[in-house]
Design a binder for this molecule. Structure first.
Ligand code: SAM
Length: 239
């Protein structure tokens, strides 16, 4: 069955947007994956098609209504067995491991918030998993959803093709990727590291591994700590 993303949004025209280009776009056009953007407003019942109201307890802005959103979710066919996500800065930060899980499944439903956010009751009642793409606040969930879908789609069989591979990439082994170089051999007096031109595959692999470890140690020591974590399940003696 084809991997698919179903997005609930107030701005369906934002999709596929950038996902219509390059490898993801080709994959979409050739049916390697599919995308449906549904308008939350279609689930409104009043004359003005309203989807939001003022926050209970006061405060600025508007909140997406639980009843409208619940109707929009319930109208999605074949939701059984698919992850139900809601993009939210309060959610669990998205990781490459979660992306790989989502790419291996049937494809998620993704709810995009707007305004001050979404009435908590629909998150609870429809058991939506809150997912964040980083510690900053966007004006809506659409760009976050596009980011998540892009990260998943490039892992689907056939999308990246043989020339590009996700195996050595940043986060795939709990490390950031080693530095990459290509021609020209000399750029503004800076040469490509000699070893990469040696043709010795074992030495190249060892150099890349060492560079990846060094870079990760410097920039993201938290990744090294996390990948060591499973080994440290036993408490140390005398703890
Ligand atoms: N008032 C909310 C808060 O402080 O947590 C922020 C609401 S934001 C302006 C509107 C919508 O953008 C959110 O409901 C969510 O769908 C989306 N959004 C904003 N930042 C996000 C992030 N870092 N990750 C995922 N979604 C985000």
């Amino acid at each position: 069955m084809t991997w698919r993303a179903t997005v609930l949004t107030l701005f369906p025209d934002m999709f596929p947007g950038p996902l219509g280009f390059s490898l993801a776009g080709r994959g979409l056009a050739t049916g390697l994956w599919s995308l449906e953007a549904r308008d939350i407003r279609d689930a409104a019942t009043d004359r003005h098609r309203s989807v939001d109201d003022t926050p209970a307890g006061g405060g600025p802005g508007m909140v997406l209504r639980a009843d409208v959103l619940a109707r929009a979710i319930d109208a999605v066919p074949d939701l059984e067995g698919r992850p139900r996500l809601v993009m939210s800065p309060r959610g669990r930060p998205l990781t490459q491991a979660r992306v790989a899980e989502l790419a291996a499944g049937p494809g998620p439903l993704i709810v995009c918030g707007r305004f001050e956010g979404i009435d908590q009751r629909v998150i609870d009642a429809r058991q939506l998993e809150e997912v964040s793409i980083g510690d900053y606040v966007l004006s809506g969930g659409e760009i976050a959803a596009l980011t998540l879908i892009d990260a998943c789609v490039r892992l689907l069989p056939g999308v990246m093709g043989k020339l590009e591979s996700s195996t050595d990439e940043s986060f795939s082994a709990g490390l950031l990727e080693y530095p990459q170089y290509t021609r020209p051999q000399l750029f503004e007096g800076l040469p490509i590291p000699e070893i990469l031109l040696s043709g010795d595959h074992a030495k190249v692999a060892a150099w890349r591994r060492a560079e990846a470890e060094q870079l990760t140690q410097t920039r993201r020591p938290d990744l090294l700590a996390a990948s060591r974590h499973p080994v440290c399940q036993k408490p140390p003696k005398n703890a």
